[in-house]
Design a protein around this ligand. Structure first.
Ligand code: UN1
Length: 495
């Protein structure tokens, strides 16, 4: 019997008001049902928002350091349950154990960072232009936060949003991806055990259109944080914009790694293998373009293909496996359709290019790590986000050309350059159009206490992670205290 999960609304574990459910299956073995989940609707969202609104009245008045202690406790529980959560996550979305352990660790780091930050929600004190007057800013919570998260980082990304939202004094309505509802449920259980007031965190399972959109459109939700595709992000921004909601969007990427002729090639090889095929290429930050200097192109491609064809695919619970399945059948088909497009566009396929179906692999959705060379920057496989293990290699003649190619997409999330020349490195830091640039490291691997986000169609200017996400989840209030005992007119009485 598969485990039956529930929503958490208004302090109770409940079924969806529709009475309907959906299944969550293991992408490495589609016969295995991980759990049965409530398929919720607008009615459930309405109840969740009412509860969160009620809870906000008290939660906003709890001292931030006390809220922070609850986050610390949640981090402690995650430490104890790390292995169990990692295993559940691997079964639910496929990535290998080393990575699901990393995903839980990112949640733990984020909890502990929130604990520290809860004592640092700084405002400013600023001199007044008038005598006997005091000016300052304070950080205020905003209200009810609607948090909509993807399946590729089932613990880390919800943690990036929920911990700072709560630490700042907001209450939460949380809709996790319907491919990873089990990990999300564990996170909510942990927050409750740690002491978050039950109505301050509400979990509503279901689809984007039936639950996500009602959250975005709900007049009593004040802010939205969403991670997902640029296509959906634009719809959300438009709908939320009509109500002037604050919206943070973390969207697509077409991240590139540049390898210069002076690079340490062994290091660059390890970087691209991890960046392109780690998490089966299913990160917003995944390396999906490799920009090679012509002087090292042929040699590097040979090293790369050799190493790529040796990667071991399989069920992520097997510790010797390096690449897990892709998330579901639909995604497998999308990836394969891009491979067909690449071939038609005239790129040369060097390895992969088809589903992997040997033995047990056919029970799940596996795709062979794929490399195209002779890719032109304008080809669709070099422009569009694929979200799978497909790498497009582009040859260039100089650093300027490499940066121009790197910048030549609508996205701007992560980027990387391998070079041992300090001048190249600084030029890249300045001229690459991306929210994140790694020097001699792959495009993946952000740390939770640093700002995370992108430029252009990757987002709308906000940053997750670090101190910057606390700016998103709080509002600045400006306070003037006049202790002169008389009316002092700014701009007039002091002139
Ligand atoms: C994502 O792909 O959506 O930097 C997030 C990284 C991870 C987070 C990725 N720490 O690759």
């Amino acid at each position: 019997m598969s485990k039956v999960y529930k929503n958490f609304i208004d302090g109770e574990w409940v079924d969806a008001s529709t009475g309907e459910t959906f299944e969550n299956r293991n992408p490495a073995n589609w016969d295995e049902v991980v759990g049965i989940f409530p398929r919720s609707s607008k009615e459930d969202v309405d109840r969740a928002v009412r509860a969160a609104r009620k809870a906000y009245k008290e939660w906003r008045l709890v001292p931030a350091p006390v809220r922070g202690e609850i986050m610390k406790k949640a981090g402690d529980i995650m430490v104890e349950r790390k292995e169990e959560i990692a295993r559940l996550m691997t079964r639910e979305m496929g990535k290998i154990l080393a990575e699901t352990r990393g995903d839980v660790q990112e949640g733990i780091d984020t909890a502990y960072y929130a604990f520290g930050e809860s004592r640092r929600l700084f405002g400013h004190t600023v001199p007044s232009e008038l005598p006997n007057k005091f000016n300052m800013t304070m950080r205020m919570p905003i209200g009810v936060a609607g948090l909509i998260t993807p399946w590729n980082f089932p613990m880390a990304i919800p943690s990036w949003k929920i911990f700072p939202a709560l630490t700042c004094g907001n209450t939460v309505v949380f809709k996790p991806a319907s491919d990873t509802p089990a990990t999300a449920t564990v996170l909510v259980e942990i927050l409750l055990e740690a002491g978050v007031p039950p109505q301050a965190i509400n979990l509503v399972h279901g689809t984007g259109s039936e639950v996500g959109i009602p959250i975005v459109e709900h007049p009593d939700i004040d802010l939205i944080s969403f991670t997902g595709s640029s296509k959906v992000g634009k719809i959300i921004n438009e709908k939320a914009g009509r109500q002037l909601k604050r919206v943070s969007l973390e969207l697509g990427g077409k991240n590139a790694q540049i390898v210069m002729d002076d690079a340490n090639l062994e290091l660059a090889l390890e970087g691209v293998l991890w960046g392109a095929f780690g998490t089966t290429g299913q990160r917003c930050t995944a390396t999906s373009r490799l920009i090679l200097h012509e002087k090292i192109h042929d040699k590097f491609v040979e090293m790369l293909v050799d190493a790529t064809t040796k990667l071991k695919l399989g069920n992520g619970l097997d510790e010797s496996v390096q690449v897990g399945p892709v998330i579901n059948k639909g995604q497998l088909e999308t990836i394969h359709s891009y491979v067909e497009i690449g071939k038609k566009e005239g790129a040369t396929l060097l390895c992969g290019g088809e589903p992997a179906e040997d033995g047990d692999l056919k029970k799940g959705f596996f795709y062979k790590p794929t490399i195209f060379v002779d890719v032109k920057p304008s080809m669709r496989i070099a422009q569009e986000e694929i979200f799978g293990p497909v790498l497009s290699v582009i040859k260039v003649g100089s650093l300027d050309e490499a940066i121009e190619v790197l910048n030549g997409t609508v996205y701007g999330l992560s980027s990387s350059i391998y070079t041992q020349d300090v001048n190249n490195a600084y030029k890249a830091m300045r001229d690459i159009e991306a929210g994140i640039t790694y020097i001699n490291g792959p495009t993946i691997g952000a740390e939770c206490h640093m700002p995370f986000g992108g430029v252009k169609e990757t987002g709308n200017g906000h940053r997750e992670g670090g101190w910057t996400v606390y700016e998103f989840f709080s509002e600045v209030k400006t306070v003037y205290v006049d202790f002169s005992g008389r009316l002092q007119r700014a701009q007039i009485d002091n002139r």
